[in-house]
Write a protein that binds this ligand. Sequence first.
Ligand code: PAF
Length: 277
Amino acid sequence: MKTVSSLSDLRAARLSLKGTVALVPTMGYLHEGHLSLIRQAKADCERVIVSIFVNPTQFGPNEDLSNYPRDLERDLNLIQPLGVDLAWTPSAEVMYPPGYQTWVEVEALSRPLEGAMRPGHFRGVTTVMAKLFNAAQPDKAYFGQKDAQQAAVIRQMTRDLNFPIEIVICPTMREADGLAMSSRNEYLNADERQAATVLFRALSAAKEAYEAGEREGEAIRRKMKEVLVREPLAQMQYVSCADYDTLEELAVIKGKVLLSMAVFFGKTRLIDNFVVG
Ligand code: PAF
């Protein structure tokens, strides 16, 4: 596995990769969820590039950029045995040199849910993804379903900007008790870690209600809230029952639906979702 940091080294290394190329973009501190994306990329494509970059522009001023967990050596040791061809680890100066002033923004899909709670977040995500796509020129790019809105926004950007790249969305990887894998789980203390299973429990309760025939959006949202309020360490930020394609909140459920939520445990903010229908 070759590791490069500069854009010129990345371009030279990319030119030497023949056949179909996959990109797995990450912010590092890799867990089984990331590794499952790499395994899928490896199964689908001849060559795999993994980018590791904690993108400063997708963090708000009061978010966890400076504390975001980082361990590059550990990450490289984890991905090497998976047959990754190229690890790209640019610095913030490489991605955003002094004087940087170009942004990529997807409009409607970026507004609700995470976009409403984290202003500017998706502008940072789509800008960095456009830059990663331009530099790495992959045939396919891999993202996790756990960040469902991110996946939808990136899919839209890829279509709107005519990137000839297939966006592949892979299932959320979970711990044995249902907690979705996330680098941010690292912040939880033992009690919060225990309490954090409430996201999975709340989503499961909503799914059960849906499967029992409930089709009223508000009743489904209420179901999730009922489970969340019973967990004293959980502070709900939002629950949503939205159309899978438009992300608009539903009064009456029809077709494919995204059930999602954001919940604080102390200072740690976790998100999760299920798709039904
Ligand atoms: O999901 C992530 O890890 C990041 O948002 C991404 C897609 C790598 C962009 O920085």
